[in-house]
Design a protein around this ligand. Sequence first.
Ligand code: BDR
Ligand code: CA
Length: 311
Amino acid sequence: SRKIIIDTDPGQDDAVAILLALASPEDVEVLGITAVAGNVPLDLTARNARIVCELAGRREVKVFAGCDRPLARKLVTAEHVHGRTGLDGPDLPDPTMPLAEGHAVDFIIDTLRNEPTGTVTLCPLGPLTNIATALEMAPDIAGRIAEIVLMGGAYFEVGNITPTAEFNIYVDPEAAKAVFACGAPITVMPLDVTHKALVTKARNDAFRALGTDAGVAVAQMTDFFERFDKEKYGSEGAPLHDPCVIAYLLRPDIFTGRHINVEIETGSELTLGMTVADWWGVSGRTPNATFMGDLDADAFFALLTERLARL
Ligand code: BDR
Ligand code: CA
């Protein structure tokens, strides 16, 4: 099974992604979870990551706290989507498991240096601050990364935090720019894909019908999280953005995309954090990422429900 580090800012959809990974040991081995500031400030994302591990009955998972603000900008958060705690919806107990000792960035660097080259996959589900800081402090790790599979950006769907930017990229565009330039293989789950991973009523009923703590909590998280997208986009339900990253590791065949050039806008105030994705290959620039465009939503939800049932 593939060794992964989940870099995250939970967030209800991050939480579902973590649960999916922890439920899938035959496919992924979670070496550690690194928290970053994003949807809510770092103290809350580091707390929420541990709440989720405990929900999965996995207190031994190492959860590290990382960067508490973007490389060069003031932190922008998303309580308007995720609620005050970042994990509003279910009533889950405060975590009792401790944070792992040390900084998330050091854990990322040390893990990539200690494991054989090309065996560790990074799964960023929030702003790319921790990953960019690790690359800046230890440029040698870029060549040791198996793959970076991240949720961020958009092409046809354009933006959700500004008219042209997706939240994770917008919050730390300088970090995103560094990551997209690092030379490691990158696979991107943009809004174009994640806005198709919609939790309809029937799909949410299936989570609740699992009758387990995890199944019921996922249903309650979705109930909370979907009000934003329903109001904003008139969509049928909550988009499960971040679980697409983990689902790709389990079932790459349910996604399709193109290997293209993707650059990050960091200069323009108007389009800050835009992922300029050369879908039609008109720029002549070298491809640096596989940008997904579609998924088989029924297969995605079947997989997710089947795996969550194990927790
Ligand atoms: C991304 O932003 C966050 O709100 C979600 O957790 C997801 O990672 C979607 O734009
Ligand atoms: Ca996230």
